[in-house]
Design a protein around this ligand. Sequence first.
Ligand SMILES: C[S@@+](CC[C@H](N)C(=O)[O-])C[C@H]1O[C@@H](n2cnc3c(N)ncnc32)[C@H](O)[C@@H]1O
Length: 266
Amino acid sequence: MAKELNARYWEERYTAGDTPWDIGSASTPITTYLDGLQDRGARILIPGAGRGHEAEYAHRAGFRNVFAMDLTDEALKDLRERCPSFPMDHVLVGDVFTHHGSYDIIIEQTLLCALDPSLRERYVDTMHRLLKPGGVLVGVLFDQVPNAEGPPFAASLAEYQQLFAKVFPSARFERCHNSIAPRAGRELWVKAVRQERGTVACAVYDGLEAAATMREEVKLVLDDGSERTSVPLDIVHRDDGEFVLLRDGTELDIDRVRKVVRNIIP
Ligand SMILES: C[S@@+](CC[C@H](N)C(=O)[O-])C[C@H]1O[C@@H](n2cnc3c(N)ncnc32)[C@H](O)[C@@H]1O
């Protein structure tokens, strides 16, 4: 039976000290990236932070809004002990998939490969939801992992490209040139920007507002090419984005809507 990769699973691995993924310091592709950033006030989320080496590095480098999140406190307590000046309210114990927030930067470091592959699409959707428009997901992905049975679960470059393309059409991948020696040649650097609202998005917004006011049934063309017919009731603004509330009760991320077709014939 497949392992359930829940909080208990990870907690037991930390308690047993069975943490071969932990390199004991911040990963060099990430420290190089952080060193090159100007804005020390950027809101940075590190999901699946584990013992928080990258979070500690960023904090000590002067980044003021770094948030380290993990499913288990068993991992994060190490960060608290090592780095007492790290703001305690920036240490988040929880599941990134149910987390609400809005970040300029999300740093990926061995979270995606730790997830069951069936969660990959949910991962990219969640990262997109948690980024501000113009925000960026960066970090390291494995494209080769020796174990047949994960975690870690690697994917090929082509699989990553396909996975990210739907929600991050401009995502870029390149071979890391500064991996630590044991990981050299196995890491890809990903940079995926959540697109800013453009004129198309403004037209979408206007169309949704007009239809919501008129309680009019419209056809919505979504980012994956699918279509949905419903009556928009409201536009909901939250700190994790904007959502259109549909008549059937679902909240659809406005960024997923590419076109609003009005005056449809019932
Ligand atoms: C392979 S470890 C990597 C930890 C750390 N990034 C590192 O490189 O040392 C994966 C981490 O992701 C955490 N994790 C797994 N699923 C998660 C989820 N849904 N939300 C938040 N953290 C999660 C686990 O508890 C574990 O600490």
